[in-house]
Design a protein around this ligand. Structure first.
Ligand code: SAH
Length: 363
């Protein structure tokens, strides 16, 4: 039996259920408070009488996501969650404790329809869009985890500050293409800003380049960060690794992206995975590709994030050597382009891009 989800009820609906059970009204408020802090189950609600907790548990669950697997990296900085939705679909969410704060990478869809050749998230296709509540619940789970850390006896962050138990940054870079679920993603961001006080500038939407979706964000008008998963500096090569390139050209995508960032005077993030082919030959990581990439971003306010490819067993690519990566980056640096190589987090826990969901599905 699927349980009713407490999180999907309005305050008056919850109050009615509680008073119908013969309980005083203030219990509804206590329960709602626990829920907004991310309580994963009724058993965690310490000030609620046990009998009421058990009665509620028989027919309801607190959040629309249930953590079914939790993995923590050896350095303690990264926690990856595999979560199950009420209809049995699974998504991933990653909590990263960094020097600048606690960042959560959330999923916007169960699966993905984009078909990028290097990515694990799209291997089983798109199942469905996530609701606003399903996206929001992911950050509540992360928040709950951070609070739990705070009670642990050893400090988690080396330079831990007073706020080290709050989610401070959100990246919508988990499973799915956020701009295929734009309205729910916008609803989620509005809510994270309103209910958790997370500033627009600390929220990043990453897209493979859905032009109408980028324009929708521009029309919405909030100064969030935009990241474009470019991964190739010309349309011919991009079409080989990203089917979406058949629909939108790099020129169209970049025009839409610059319009967004110019409006808010923000820096655009460009994501660029460095790939070798199955035989180890550089694919999009040649010096010529670096020169073409320079032509795309020259004079613009942007940061090129070079991403070492996280190997996906089902995919036939290789990772270029450290030397090749640095050669590529040097060309950008010499042309005055801001660039960095993304630090790999949680490699030991399959924290990259749909790996956990796939490995569980294959079992
Ligand atoms: N669909 C959105 C957001 C999800 S993917 C997008 O395309 O931006 C988030 C980022 O991870 C994208 O830049 C994506 O290309 C990258 N990515 C996917 N698989 C990867 C892998 N195996 N190794 C490294 N990065 C990967």
């Amino acid at each position: 039996m699927t349980k009713k989800i407490l999180f999907d009820l309005t305050d008056p609906e919850l109050e009615k259920i509680i008073t119908d059970m013969g309980q005083p009204r203030f219990r509804a408020k206590q329960i709602a408070d626990w829920m907004r802090r991310g309580a994963p189950d009724f058993a965690s609600m310490k000030n609620i009488p046990e009998k009421l907790r058990n009665d509620l548990d028989a027919t309801m669950q607190t959040l629309p996501v249930r953590v079914i697997k939790k993995l923590k990296s050896a350095d303690g900085q990264t926690t990856k969650f595999l979560m199950e939705l009420n209809d049995g679909e699974r998504i991933e969410c990653v909590l990263m404790r960094t020097s600048y704060g606690n960042s959560v990478c959330v999923s916007s869809q169960a699966g993905c329809a984009m078909g990028c050749k290097f990515c694990a998230s799209t291997l089983l296709g798109l199942k469905r869009n996530l609701t606003v509540n399903e996206i929001f619940a992911q950050i509540l789970v992360a928040q709950w985890e951070l609070r739990a850390d705070n009670f642990a006896d050893k400090p988690i962050r080396p330079n831990g500050d007073a706020n080290n138990n709050d989610v401070s940054h959100i990246v919508i870079m988990g499973t799915g293409e956020p701009l295929q679920n734009t309205q729910n993603v916008i609803g989620f961001i509005e809510r994270a800003n309103r209910d958790m006080g997370i500033g627009w500038r600390r929220i990043t939407v990453s897209t493979c380049g859905i032009v109408p979706g980028i324009n929708e964000l521009t029309g919405w008008g909030r100064p969030i960060n935009l990241a474009i998963s470019l991964h190739a500096p010309n349309d011919e090569l991009r079409k080989k690794i990203m089917p979406i390139a058949n629909k939108y050209s790099i020129g169209e995508i970049m025009d839409a992206a610059w319009r967004f960032t110019d409006l808010h005077n923000r820096q655009l993030m460009i994501e660029y995975i460095l790939l070798g082919d199955a035989d180890g030959n550089l694919l999009n990581a040649t010096p010529e590709c670096a020169e073409q990439l320079v032509d795309i971003v020259r004079g613009k306010n942007c940061m090129v994030n070079l991403i070492p490819w996280n190997a996906v067993a089902e995919r036939d690519f290789t990772s270029p050597s450290g030397n090749a990566i640095h050669r590529f980056q040097d060309i950008l640096i010499r042309a005055g382009v801001h660039t960095r190589i993304r630090r790999e987090r949680g490699n030991d826990i399959g924290s990259a891009c749909g790996q956990l969901r796939i490995s569980e599905a294959n079992k």
